[in-house]
Write a protein that binds this ligand. Structure first.
Ligand SMILES: [Zn+2]
Length: 94
């Protein structure tokens, strides 16, 4: 008997949440989305961890005075995070 991974159904939701997470830590997320995100991360370990690491990153940037994050750096940061998430998913699968 093969075990079906129930998590599969949540992948779409996670992708949305992950995009919201960036706006969330930047304080740019609407109230309704923020509520949904908070509810989601209570039951999704991966998204919760993403939000936590994003918060840490943003916090670190704010600690450095006169540190402006250029648009492309922000984009690259996000790409790296996505890659990191992908790697974690692959290593879990084995
Ligand atoms: Zn999730």
């Amino acid at each position: 008997m093969r075990k079906k991974v129930k998590k599969e159904a949540g992948i779409c939701e996670c992708l949305e949440i992950q995009e919201w997470a960036v706006r969330f830590v930047e304080g740019d997320l609407g109230e309704k989305e923020r509520q949904e995100l908070l509810i989601h991360i209570q039951s999704c370990y991966q998204c919760a961890r993403l939000v936590r690491s994003l918060k840490r990153t943003v916090h670190l940037c704010q600690l450095i005075p006169n540190y402006d994050v250029p648009e492309h750096t922000h984009h690259r940061l996000w790409e790296n995070l996505k890659k990191a998430i992908g790697k974690e998913k692959n290593s879990e699968r084995k």
